[in-house]
Design a protein around this ligand. Structure first.
Ligand SMILES: Nc1ncnc2c1ncn2[C@@H]1O[C@H](COP(=O)(O)OP(=O)(O)OP(=O)(O)O)[C@@H](O)[C@H]1O
Length: 602
């Protein structure tokens, strides 16, 4: 099992020997599960039952963690899926509706129901923002409980019904604990595999850098639906185990406190981690045992604990355990790109087509941001787009990259129109971009951030990643190799393992270029890449951009540094108040009277 001890959920460095890296990540899990396995030998049945409960809760939380901790979706009412699984298995095994079903078939059906309802509960996340989505999941939890109460002929209503019984050797306290521990180990392994895959990285990117995710061709709806399926199945399976543990279930067993426990376990554990939320689940399951007189106040206790964690360690348990990122970084770091390595990473297929922008107009209310602009981005050429603040440069870039839908005009690529307002389609056409304000996953390592750029090049499915099958391993090998190469190209390889939010602003700009290169782009659009860079860094950036274009890539460069623009561009378009003021070669633009007086200065 490969799992993390740091806040990102994904191992950052291979600098240490592989076995030591693996051991450091796996040992805490072995210790926790090993300790749980020893409980029946060193204690009584009561504590074995508590350990069983923690294992069942963790099975649910491990799936929910991908939704909350990784994808950042506030699914609070997940007790609904526990309830669904508990009633489905109990009803099917009990034969209330159909002839009694074999136990493990009933668990399979429950997991299937859980997957389907997991998507139904999750769908609002595609449209609703944060708290509205949280409310919708709570609403679902209430509906499920009400159905369990009202549908007496099947669920027994308020009186309830017996949970499914397990056959030997799992029909003893010890046997059932080991069965649940086995399920918990399996769910940890599967979710850790997802977390360490291109899917896990994409989920974190959806959470922290959604706009960048779209530019890399990652489909948020597809990603979210996949994890809703997975988490729903895990939660319903856990529900079946919960019903067995309870021996008899009534709707009151599935109260709001449980939903809060699952959710807070992830928050105090730390976003984007597996070990943190596992520890969070264990702590919250044990808490009422050690604070028995306060058991009725459990929600209050959870809230206090959450508040304490937010105040003392905002990154949760995972951040406390992230020792690697406490080491000080070398100061006076110089970024030294290696443009000569570019042929190894860029696509060798050269396109002859250009991006042709015709008659684009876009207003924001009364502000006419772009007013009938034409321009071409040609392969192997650098096209500079300059103009005063507010002249429409970034808006133009956003129209080409599909973030804005223009009110009129077209963006063509080799004779075919690029779909307006569909940014996630551009990566597939080989169009990459960077952002005026770097959009990165701060809690992710530099290498992970770059690997996110290659997400769509992977071949394996989510299920293959979950089970660590060969295509997943192959994808990871290739992505890591390409990521390290991209970092060498931009000169950041020595920072591969460092959390991205520890980087200097100039380093983030080069990091975004490395991420864009992972798409092996035919076109690269750079939004003020020299902003905040020193003179030396700008010179190196210029050389890098020039070499990128020499490799056949068409570059659109939005920039305020006139020296850089005139130094490296083949063609320049000057915008003013959303219109083309001038277009031509650098020497033509230098002599353009209006440009000189309006923008370059006398
Ligand atoms: N999302 C938006 N909503 C409303 N107005 C916007 C929006 N985006 C841009 N604008 C307006 O459109 C105009 C063009 O903005 P844009 O950011 O494209 O200019 P720019 O040339 O990139 O400026 P800068 O060099 O300062 O980045 C400005 O007046 C800006 O205020």
């Amino acid at each position: 099992m490969k799992a993390d001890t740091q806040a990102t959920g994904i191992p950052a460095s291979r600098a240490e020997p592989a076995w030591r890296d693996t051991a450091v990540h796996v040992l805490p899990f072995l210790a926790i599960f090993g300790f749980a396995a020893l409980v029946p030998m060193v204690s009584n049945d009561y504590w074995a039952l508590i350990a069983t409960r923690a294992a069942i809760y963790w099975m649910l939380v491990s799936g929910l963690n991908l939704i909350v901790g990784f994808a950042g979706q506030l699914a609070i009412g997940y007790v609904a899926l526990l309830t669904l699984g508990a009633y489905t298995t109990s009803v099917l095994v009990g034969g209330n509706v159909l002839p009694p079903m074999p136990l493990f078939v009933a668990f399979g059906v429950a997991a299937l129901f859980g997957a389907i309802f997991g998507v139904i509960v999750g769908l609002p996340a595609l449209r609703l923002r944060t708290f509205y989505f949280a409310m919708s999941t709570l609403g679902f939890a209430t509906i499920v409980t009400q159905i369990a109460l009202a549908w007496q002929s099947v669920t027994g209503g308020g009186i309830g019904l017996p949970g499914p019984e397990f056959p030997a050797p799992f029909n003893t306290t010890k046997g059932f604990l080991y069965f649940c521990l086995g399920c918990a180990v399996l769910s940890t392994w599967m979710t850790a595999n997802v977390a360490h895959s291109r899917f896990g990285r994409a989920l974190i990117a959806i959470r922290d850098a959604e706009v960048a995710t779209e530019s890399l061709g990652i489909s948020k709806p597809k990603m979210l639906v996949s994890v809703f399926l997975l988490a729903g199945a895990f939660a319903a399976f856990a529900g079946g185990l919960f019903a067995t543990l309870q021996t008899y279930i009534t709707p009151e067993a599935f109260n709001f406190d449980l939903s809060v426990l699952f959710f807070i376990a992830i928050l105090i554990g730390g976003r984007g981690s597996i070990l943190g939320p596992l520890l969070g689940t264990v702590i919250l399951t044990l808490l009422p045992e050690f604070a028995a007189p306060l058991a009725a106040w459990s929600t209050f206790l959870y809230a206090v604990l959450l508040l304490a964690v937010v105040l003392v360690a905002p990154g949760g348990i995972a951040a406390l355990l992230d020792f690697k990122n406490r080491r000080p970084l070398q100061s006076n770091r110089a970024i030294v790109p290696r443009p000569t390595l570019l042929p190894d990473i860029l696509s060798q297929e050269r396109v002859k087509t250009s991006i042709a922008v015709r008659g684009i107009a876009l207003s924001f209310g009364a502000v006419r941001a772009i007013d009938g602009v034409d321009l071409n981005v040609e392969p192997a050429r650098i096209h500079g787009l300059i103009g005063p603040n507010g002249s429409g440069k970034t808006t133009m870039l956003n129209v080409i990259s599909g973030y804005y839908r223009p009110q009129s005009g077209t963006v063509m690529l080799g004779g075919a129109e690029l779909e307006p307002g569909r940014s996630e389609t551009r990566a597939g056409h080989g169009i990459a971009r960077t952002f005026q304000t770097p959009r990165i996953v701060g809690e992710g390592s530099v290498l992970q951030n770059v690997m996110i750029g290659g997400t769509i090049s992977g071949q394996g499915t989510l299920v293959e990643s979950m089970l660590a099958l060969p295509r997943h391993r192959d994808d990871e090998r290739k992505l890591e190799k390409a990521g390290r190469l991209a970092l060498r190209v931009v000169g950041l390889e020595s920072l591969a393992a460092v959390r991205a939010d520890r980087l200097q602003h100039s380093e983030l700009r080069f990091l975004e270029i490395a991420r864009a290169l992972m798409l092996r782009p035919q076109f690269l659009m750079l939004d003020e890449p020299a902003a905040g860079l020193s003179v030396d860094e700008i010179a190196r950036l210029g050389e890098l951009i020039r070499e990128i274009s020499r490799q056949g890539v068409g570059v659109l460069l939005v920039e305020h540094h006139a020296d850089l623009i005139f130094d490296i561009c083949d063609q320049i378009t000057v915008l003013n108040l959303g219109r083309v003021l001038a277009a031509g070669t650098p020497s033509e633009i230098r002599q353009h009277k209006e440009v000189v007086s309006a923008y370059l200065g006398g």
